[in-house]
Design a protein around this ligand. Structure first.
Ligand code: F6R
Length: 616
């Protein structure tokens, strides 16, 4: 949510900043803007809408050459998506330019104070106050940018990543970080600050993690990190294990299509090195003592959106394998009730970005109650894993399309590893049982590949249903979170009314939505798993068909018994019951993508959304 980049070095800042914004545009596309320091002055260009609007402006009104610059792509919170509200914001004396990600909660008080002092604010944003406060503070601290940043940060409440440049100090960029992401890229021709490593991975794969409440002072040949009191701290270096091409479309028309196609590899990579030659789980990176895991009496999964759906799948598996109760909580609700969580709880925070504020706040609450915490995360060095006791990284590679696809499959995979590991250390399963499941899991990339190879019928179906006003999704057992995920994908990409239900719940109210011709997509459980689930869903299908619905069954290969009950059947490979979500969700992702494309929507950057939601 909002992408930030800063560069100072020996190369032209403009190209670096614009390319960085291009890579981070998925974080917000309400406006884009940048500032460079040239010939002793600040030059700012900004424009509402997508980055292409800014690029057009830069064509009409080019910038002078400069080796110091900052840039921002915005997801609007305070103030509409207008040119005036676009970042950077500049102090009244044109000395300071600032970009920001987060929400400054006390901006109103600060704004009133500045207005009383005669400052005229130009925008409706919470950010602009920082530019004026910096300009007022600098003369009081001997024009030291780090000291001014410390003083200003001590006055701000809320979440903020700030990056600031000063017209009078063209060789330095200063950043500050509280509760929103910021990483440093260490280059040979200069250094970078960005919300996300994708912004600078084309230039360097060496990076530094910044902690909470830290300030970074960056010059072409040096980077100094301090806390908010000015004490120097040692930032943890890390290397980025993918290259720039991983964050490019690689011949695909859409990032989402590329990411859907990468799912077999993403699952395989997330299993790599975690199953030994004897099919035992080796979660070497799990730094929670097995003795502790033997004594927990409850698992709580906190996550949002798609990641929460992965958590719901995990609940069925972990309860089945370990007999531990597993609660799955939408993270934004978790800490605002009085959850029963304590030292005997294992709290698993699932997050692709590792920066989702709702999840982060839930995690902090769980820690404050003494819980053991484990992150399942796709972004090395991000906040959620950094603040957890342990982390299992997923290896989906960069997910650029705003709607999550490959991360979902890897999150399920990782939770399964954790569940089986718990079963292993707690002795709730026989070793040969665990081996059998791991062998099945190991086989899943092949099955997902098969779904991708046979996806044409679901595309055709999406085209034939282009005029549908609403689509319902039904599932039972692990098919229920898949139904929720199918509906979420359709809502966010095709902007259609779509809902997912547990199939048995329909008759308790939602069945009133059924009208003549409405498409109902049903995730059919394997008849070989728990036959009763299959029988029950057939009854649910009959109930909606009797009321005019057209039923699309997502059913496993070889399930002939479903044929009389469905108007269309999309076949998926027969896999063990608990693994079905890994194959059943893929046609639903493709369905939503095709529907959205047919409607002419921007699939990679759906309206109103942004990836990595860093506000509560
Ligand atoms: C939906 C989607 C979101 C995210 C959610 C959590 O397609 O992408 O629902 O899953 O915002 O994000 P992370 O996993 O980054 O915490």
């Amino acid at each position: 949510m909002c992408g930030i980049i800063g560069y100072v070095g020996h190369k032209q800042a403009l190209e670096i900043v614009v390319a960085g914004l291009r890579r981070m545009e998925y974080r917000g596309y309400d406006s884009a803007g940048l500032a460079v320091i040239a010939d002793g002055g600040l030059e700012v260009r900004k424009k509402a809408g997508k980055l292409s609007n800014l690029e057009q402006l830069l064509g009409e009104d080019p910038l002078p050459s400069s080796t110091t610059g900052i840039g921002h792509t915005r997801w609007a919170t305070h103030g509409g998506p207008t040119d005036r509200n676009a970042h950077p914001h500049v102090s009244s004396d044109d000395r300071i330019a600032v970009i920001h990600n987060g929400i400054i909660e006390n901006f109103h008080t600060l704004r009133t104070e500045l207005e009383a002092a005669g400052v005229q604010l130009e925008s409706e944003t919470d950010t602009e106050v920082v530019a004026h406060l910096m300009a007022h503070t600098l003369p009081e601290v001997g024009n030291s940018l780090p000291l001014a940043m410390q003083a200003v940060c001590s006055r701000l409440q809320g979440a903020f990543t700030l990056v600031v440049v000063d017209r009078n100090q063209p060789d330095v960029v200063v950043g500050a970080r509280r509760n929103s992401p910021l990483v440093v890229g260490l280059g040979t021709d200069g250094n970078f600050l960005a919300s996300d490593v994708s912004a600078f991975v084309a230039h360097t794969r060496h990076a530094l993690e910044l902690g909470q409440d830290q300030i970074v002072v960056m010059k072409a040949d040096s980077v100094v990190v301090t806390d908010f009191d000015g004490n120097v701290v040692e930032a943890k270096p890390f290397d980025i294990d993918w290259d720039a091409s991983a964050a490019e479309k690689g011949g695909y028309e859409l990032f989402m299509l590329k990411e859907i196609s990468e799912q077999p590899k993403a699952v395989a990579d997330s299993l790599l090195g975690r199953i030994d030659e004897n099919f035992r789980i080796t979660l070497d990176e799990l730094s929670i003592d097995p003795a502790v895991l033997q004594h927990i009496n409850k698992v709580i999964v906190i996550a949002c959106g798609t990641a929460a759906h992965a958590g719901m799948v995990a609940k069925y598996a972990i309860e089945h394998w370990t007999h531990l109760p597993v609660d799955v909580e939408v993270a934004s609700e978790f800490r605002y009730r009085d959850p029963i969580v304590g030292p005997d709880s294992l709290v698993i925070a699932i997050s692709q970005s590792g920066e989702t504020m709702d999840t982060l706040m839930g995690l902090r609450y769980a820690k404050s109650q003494g819980a053991r915490t484990l992150a399942i995360c796709n972004t090395v060095g991000s906040t959620i894993p950094r603040e957890s006791d342990a982390v299992i990284y997923t290896y989906a590679g960069p997910e650029i399309a705003v709607a999550s696809t490959k991360a979902f499959l890897t999150q399920i995979t990782a939770t399964f590893l954790v569940g089986l590991f718990l079963a292993q250390v707690r002795g709730t399963m026989f070793e040969d049982e665990i081996r059998g499941i791991l062998a099945d899991l190991d086989d899943m990339p092949r099955h997902v590949d098969l779904v991708l190879d046979t996806a044409e019928p679901i595309r055709e179906l999406a085209r034939s249903l282009a005029s549908a006003r609403s689509v319902l999704f039904l599932g039972r057992h692990v098919g229920y979170p898949v139904a929720l995920e199918g509906a979420l994908k359709l809502k966010e990409l095709a902007y259609m009314h779509a809902e997912g239900f547990p199939a048995g719940e329909l008759k308790h109210g939602p069945i009133a939505l059924i009208e003549e011709g409405i498409p109902v997509i049903v995730i059919v459980p394997s008849p070989k798993g728990r036959a009763v689930l299959h029988d029950k869903i057939v009854s649910n299908i009959q109930e909606v068909r009797a009321r005019g619905a057209q039923v699309i069954a997502i059913a496993e290969e070889g399930d002939e018994s479903i044929i009389p009950f469905a108007d269309h059947i999309i076949r998926i490979p027969a896999v063990p019951t608990l693994m079905q979500p890994l194959v059943a969700v893929v046609p639903l992702q493709i369905f939503a993508c095709e529907m959205a494309t047919g409607k002419g929507h921007d699939v990679d950057q759906p309206r109103n959304l942004a990836k990595s939601v860093t506000v509560e």
